[in-house]
Design a protein around this ligand. Sequence first.
Ligand SMILES: Nc1nc2c(ncn2[C@@H]2O[C@H](COP(=O)(O)OP(=O)(O)OP(=O)(O)O)[C@@H](O)[C@H]2O)c(=O)[nH]1
Ligand SMILES: [Mg+2]
Length: 178
Amino acid sequence: MNSNIENLVKISIVGHPAVGKTTILKLLSQNSLNNQKYLPTQGFDLKTVKLGNFKLNVWDFGGQKAYLKTYLADYLLGSDIIFIVTDSTPRNVLTSKELIAHSNKIIGNECPIIAIANKQDLVKTDGRLSADRVENVLQVKTHGLTAIKSSERSKMMDIIKGELNQVVIRRTLAESEI
Ligand SMILES: Nc1nc2c(ncn2[C@@H]2O[C@H](COP(=O)(O)OP(=O)(O)OP(=O)(O)O)[C@@H](O)[C@H]2O)c(=O)[nH]1
Ligand SMILES: [Mg+2]
């Protein structure tokens, strides 16, 4: 792939408030996490991350109800990969399931929805669900993560790398249909 456009990938991170979306954005785009204080994202944040030949535009969308209700369709439009983040509490996993159903209606089969079962460091201490159990409930591919640990960066990058192969295949197929 030579052209810049072909190497540009839109990754959308969505989920309810305080599940760790901005922390994942920082994990991908910064060397270290300097502040773990919760500051709700107003609107959205966007960072560009290089991965091999790819330029990833990673969109971190504020999870407050007003945003999701009004802008979810706009957020998701043109995504190549959608990550739905949950904090792995049973209640949040259930509301994330609704968000997945809603997102599916918006984007159809256009792009994969992958779940991130975040805050896995808290599974043993306060009854959060393991990634396998989250996957059973959500019925979409699910990866466990502890986004506050900078050592998890390579795991998150590998998850994206795995999905990029599919992005390339889908684009090639779409081109051959034109
Ligand atoms: N223990 C633990 N805390 C985490 C983890 N990931 C994020 N947090 C904390 O959870 C809080 C919320 O994280 P954010 O990344 O700001 O949440 P958000 O999903 O962007 O929230 P909105 O912007 O309101 O939609 C912060 O205090 C983070 O430090 C994790 O893996 N483990
Ligand atoms: Mg945020």
